[in-house]
Every structure is written in C-alpha cells, then in structure tokens.
Ligand binder design. Structure first.
Ligand code: FMN
Length: 205
C-alpha cells in the first residue's frame, strides 16, 4: 500500500491526449521505462498478450505509404468528397512520419482459451484487447507524469496487414494502435474534456 494516493489520482486527472508534439525523440531509456510500465498491466489468464515496437525514422515513409493506400481504398469506398479524403490522408501521414517517437502496440493470442464457437472466441480476444487498453493507459499516464506529450492513434487497427508488412512483424502479432510521443508544444491546448458525469455514466442496482 502507498501512504498517499493523491499523487496518483492527480496524475490520472492531469493526463491528456497531447497532439502537439515537438522533438527531440525520447531516449532509448525513456522508451524502455514507459514500455516496462505498460507491461505491468492486468491481463487475462496470467497471459502476457502485448507486444510493443518502437518505429524508427527509416520505416516511417513506407509504413505511411502502405497505411495511406489502405485507408484511401476505404475512404473512396465511402464516397467522401475528394478534398476531405486528401485532407484526412495528409493529416494521418503527418502524424506517422512526424511523431518524435512512434510506438506500435500489438496483441497476441498466446494463452487465450481456444473455443470452437465464435461467441466465446470473440470474448477471449476481447479480454486481450481490454488488457491492451490497460497497458496503453499505464504508458500514457507514465508519459504524462514525466512531462511528456503523448496520444493514442487507432489507425493500425484498420490496416493490420499493411502495418505488419511494412514493419516485418510476426504474422501472429495483431496491430492495435500507435502511441505518438514527444515534448508537449508550448502552445498546444487539449480539447475540452467533459466533467465525469455519474448521473448518466454510473448506476446502482
Ligand atoms: C481506443 C482509442 C482510440 C483512439 N484513437 C485516437 C486516434 O486515432 N487519434 C487521436 O488523435 N486520438 C485518439 N484517441 C484519443 C481520444 O480522442 C482521447 O482520449 C479523448 O478525446 C479524450 O481526451 P483525453 O485523452 O485528453 O482525455 C483514442 C483513444 C482511445 C481510447
């Protein structure tokens, strides 16, 4: 037990998604310290379902190309105005190529219970995804507490084959999200966050 829970509670409240990031990149030690904390997340059946990758500058262009092509196919299928498509693609590309540090988080099915029926298998996979969310929250909280800026990017979940291909990842690693990290830009202001509302988001039975 810790003597005073307030610093942790303050850290939870203070964490924000910071999309305005400056360099320099995090050091290898900073990245490893954050990933080590991510790897302490709760996980189902005593598994270790997470895998993290630090993506260096040399891979970023090919990664952005492959993901951009996949997203373009999706967006064009949605019949969006071409200006909207181009703007979204350019912004996404900039986030991938421009992040001072870029981590990818994946999950693996090692240790999950195997069921023949789709319902229970989907639930097992859901357990690994929940655990991944907990791991990422550890990482984001630790980054924020160190004065770093960070935010979650969910694009890899929509283009897993392209991400695996561009990074030469094991076929059993299922890409879930990037985390972009850097130093918070002085002028960046996070979006307003709604005040927690127990009235509509919590109930008792
Ligand atoms: C599963 C998940 C996916 C997210 N994907 C993105 C994303 O692709 N791009 C982005 O800028 N933020 C993304 N976010 C961050 C949310 O937009 C952010 O957490 C939310 O707006 C609340 O703001 P806060 O983190 O500052 O409290 C994601 C968050 C979660 C949990």
């Amino acid at each position: 037990m810790i003597e005073d829970a307030r610093p942790i509670e303050d850290a939870i409240r203070a964490r924000r998604s910071v999309r305005g990031l400056d360099g320099p990149s995090l050091t290898a030690e900073e990245v490893e310290a954050l990933v080590r904390l991510a790897l302490t997340a709760p996980a189902p059946h005593h598994t270790r379902p997470w895998r993290f990758v630090e993506i260096g500058p040399a891979r970023r262009e090919a990664l952005a190309d492959a993901m951009g092509a996949a997203w373009r196919r999706d967006l064009e299928g949605d019949t969006q105005p071409s200006k909207t498509v181009e703007r979204a693609l350019a912004r996404s590309r900039g986030r991938i190529t421009g992040a001072p540090t870029l981590l990818l988080g994946c999950i693996v099915a090692d240790g999950l219970n195997r069921y023949d029926d789709e319902r229970r298998w989907r639930a097992e996979w859901g357990l690994a995804q929940h655990s991944f969310g907990a791991a990422l929250q550890n990482l984001l909280l630790a980054a924020s507490a160190r004065g770093l800026g960070a935010y979650w990017i969910s694009a890899p979940l929509y283009a897993p084959d392209e991400v695996r291909g561009a990074l030469d990842l094991d076929p059993t690693w299922e890409p879930q999200a990037f985390v972009a990290l850097g130093r918070p830009r002085g002028d960046y202001r996070p979006f307003d966050r709604p005040v927690p509302d127990l009235g509509s988001e919590f109930t008792r039975r």
